[in-house]
Ligand binder design. Structure first.
Ligand code: GAL
Length: 337
């Protein structure tokens, strides 16, 4: 039951897992984890010699697991649209970074995702709903939050049931955060601009003991770059930057987030301060063969190297992501009990 970051990861049918740019939901009703992500199991190509490499939309895949290690394919829970070119999910478009949360009031599973055209000019968020964690999801609509561009994004459900949308905006120069409506199907009027002029994307938000944390990447397309950790007392900001959380491996590894890009941070119930950092090791020439880099993330843990003070003296607990060639969850870990 070892995790091997960067190795091909097979599902229970023996097929490589297709859940890129993904996120995980723990469902208390079925007592299982659900991993949603982009199914990129198609041909990688470019629409113009200068455009970014892409795979046509196949849809959002879903896998379920009890132990976070062995994953059963639940199929494509939100498929791409093969024929109608005006549809947001037409195969020629872009669907990235799907994330799902459960709404306790409506009993619906709500998916938010990045919706775009092949040139990334639509820059919108899309919403889909289901009554079951394993789908099918019904696609509702896409829009630009408060009229602003939205590319890399995530959603975060807080302990009190309120939920928030984080998205890279204004040419990816800044992030915006906005509360979702009570049904999670829309955003509220309130919005804060955070990490202005920092050019951050791929946000992954988590919380420990009343403090909010976020990992982001820089903006270099499919190429990996240095991660940064951020922290805030209020989810709406201000957000402070703590520095590069990556520990171990060699310097090149630490400056490229272990050759990967953040997508989600999963808390481990029963192990306070312990999380799984989930990242994508993109393979731009063959996107279907992009790999997953899952590593332990600790808040407040000791690092094996001196603190990086270039971002100022840290007033917050350290966030550390530790490189491992192979690792596993503690034998005693039973998940939610
Ligand atoms: C990255 C982004 C990915 C994808 C890619 C396309 O910057 O994080 O989700 O959009 O660019 O080149």
């Amino acid at each position: 039951m070892y995790f091997y970051p960067g190795r091909v990861w097979l599902d229970t049918d023996g097929h490589a897992i297709q859940a890129h740019g993904g996120g995980i939901l723990y469902d208390h009703i079925t007592a299982k984890y659900y991993w949603y992500g982009e199914n990129k199991d198609g041909l990688t190509y470019q629409t113009h010699p200068k455009s970014t490499n892409r795979v046509d939309i196949i849809g959002v895949s879903c896998y379920s697991s009890k132990d976070l290690w062995s994953w059963t394919n639940e199929g494509i829970v939100l498929p791409g649209e093969p024929t109608n070119v005006t549809h947001d999910l037409h195969k020629s478009k872009v669907l990235e970074r799907p994330k799902v949360i459960y709404n306790d009031h409506t009993g619906q599973y709500v998916m938010w995702m990045h919706i775009d055209d092949a040139n990334y000019t639509k820059a919108s968020v899309g919403v889909a709903v289901s009554t079951s964690p394993s789908g099918p999801f019904t696609y509702l609509y896409s829009f630009r939050p408060h009229g602003f561009e939205s590319r890399d994004m995530t959603i975060f459900k807080d302990d009190d049931g309120s939920a928030y949308l984080f998205y890279s905006s204004r040419d990816n120069t800044e992030l915006h955060v906005s509360p979702l409506t009570k049904d999670y199907l829309n955003i509220m009027v309130a919005m804060r601009r955070i990490l202005i002029r920092r050019h951050r994307e791929a946000p992954a938000v988590f919380k420990l003991q009343g403090t909010y944390y976020m990992i982001t990447s820089g903006c270099s397309g499919w190429a990996p770059n240095r991660a940064l950790a951020h922290a805030a007392e209020s989810i709406m900001g201000p957000w402070e930057t703590l520095g590069n959380p990556c520990v171990g491996g060699n310097r090149f590894f630490r400056l490229t987030t272990f050759l990967s890009q953040s997508t989600f941070v999963l808390p481990l119930p029963g192990l306070p301060g312990t999380f799984i950092f989930m990242a994508d090791r993109w393979n731009p020439s063959n996107l279907r063969d992009s790999r997953y880099v899952w590593l332990p993330l600790f808040i407040g843990g000791l690092a094996d190297e001196p603190l990086d003070y270039s971002f100022g003296f840290p007033a917050w607990s350290r966030v550390s992501i530790y490189w491992h060639r192979k690792w596993r969850l503690p034998e005693s870990w039973k998940g939610y009990t």
